[in-house]
Design a protein. Structure first.
Length: 363
């Protein structure tokens, strides 16, 4: 079986080439061809010796996922469904803005965390993505989007906010992050790469030491009682532990704040008293809030908070001195908005069947 070189960061690739009897600079060459040049064929790597190209063709591959579908929203948002084998597909979304282009990357096929308001969570869970399958999403998007008229890459920011909990796939995510940040890879700034987590506290502490990038925490509640219901992981790592982990992370973070993501669910977490509870909860954590209007999906059981309730909630936080944004819904006409990514999941957890049965019983 051929070795997929996309699974290696520069150190891993250097070690692999050493085992082949090749010098370290060959690893740097191949890494630049794969990621900066978008090459998937060794014959295209023209500054490699023909003998090395022949050796690589015999032993290795640049194995990117196959493209299944590509969609474009009326607002310019792009979504790609990539085939990761055995009937599974993961979704990747590009969001164009005036000052930046952000790619939202998936880390798992489905998600095991069962957050109740998330369409991805309803799809169940199949497996972790390999480093090659994670970085392959960025590879594909770069190929599809090309460069700007100034010969700059269209993608300036990457967020690990697609399907899955990134820190539940820790080693492969860190390898992919290393490739994103490496100047021989994609050369992205730590400030422009964000990992989102629902609050896996031990892995947050590891990430702080291994690969400190910008951090976003899927908070979604102001107290443990509500969060236990909508983010079940909170039962393992409650809010006091999560806030302490956020404070520790900031000691080495490239930004001096944590972003708290907060989906606005009508009657669940969107009342003024919830906003005031948040002020107490985060008083010792430098942060900004990103309020996300809930994006409905069939049988979710939730409604989007009204614009007025979102405004009141935002104003309470802002008047206390917090930086608050309300996320503009992008790509909802192609199901590319936050919480809508569902992909194609052969569910090993049987969660889809359980939800369908529950809906039939309620109906």
């Amino acid at each position: 079986m051929k070795t997929n070189l996309l699974n290696y960061d520069l150190q891993g690739l250097t070690n692999h080439f050493a085992q082949m009897g090749e010098k370290p600079f060959r690893a740097r060459q191949v890494m630049r061809w794969m990621h900066l040049g978008g090459a998937a064929d060794f014959d295209d790597m023209t500054d490699l010796a023909k003998s090395l190209r022949a050796k690589l063709k015999d032993r290795a591959e640049v194995g990117v996922p196959d493209l299944m579908t590509a969609q474009k929203s009326r607002d310019g948002t792009r979504k790609w469904l990539l085939d990761v084998g055995t009937g599974n597909g993961v979704e990747t979304v590009f969001i164009p803005e005036a000052e930046r282009g952000t790619l939202c990357i998936s880390s798992q096929v489905g998600c095991a965390l069962e957050c109740t308001f998330c369409s991805t969570g309803r799809q169940g869970f199949n497996r972790n993505l390999s480093a090659a399958e994670i970085i392959g999403q960025l590879w594909w998007a770069n190929k599809a989007l090309g460069v700007t008229p100034k010969n700059e890459r269209v993608i300036s920011n990457v967020v690990m906010m697609g399907m899955g909990e990134p820190l539940a796939n820790y080693d492969n995510v860190v390898t992919a992050l290393s490739i994103m940040l490496d100047d021989h890879g994609y050369g992205l700034s730590r400030r422009r790469v964000t990992v989102s987590t629902s609050g896996m506290v031990p892995q947050m502490d590891r990430l702080k030491e291994d690969m400190p990038v910008a951090l976003a925490v899927s908070l979604h509640a102001s107290n443990d009682a509500v969060r236990n219901e909508i983010v079940p992981l909170n039962k393992k790592y409650p809010l006091t532990e999560l806030m302490a982990a956020c404070r520790r992370y900031l000691a080495k973070a490239p930004r001096d704040f944590v972003t708290f993501e907060y989906v606005m669910l009508d009657g669940v977490n969107d009342r003024p008293e919830h906003a005031r509870e948040l002020l107490t909860l985060v008083r010792d954590v430098p942060c900004k809030f990103n309020l996300i209007p809930f994006n409905p999906f069939p049988h979710s059981g939730y409604q989007r908070s009204s614009n007025e309730n979102i405004r009141i909630f935002r104003d309470i936080l802002q008047q206390a001195g917090l930086v608050v944004t309300v996320r503009k819904t992008r790509g909802d006409d192609i199901d590319a908005a936050c919480g809508q990514l569902a992909g194609q999941v052969r569910d090993k957890t049987r969660r889809q069947a359980k939800w369908q049965q529950l809906h039939l019983e309620k109906g």
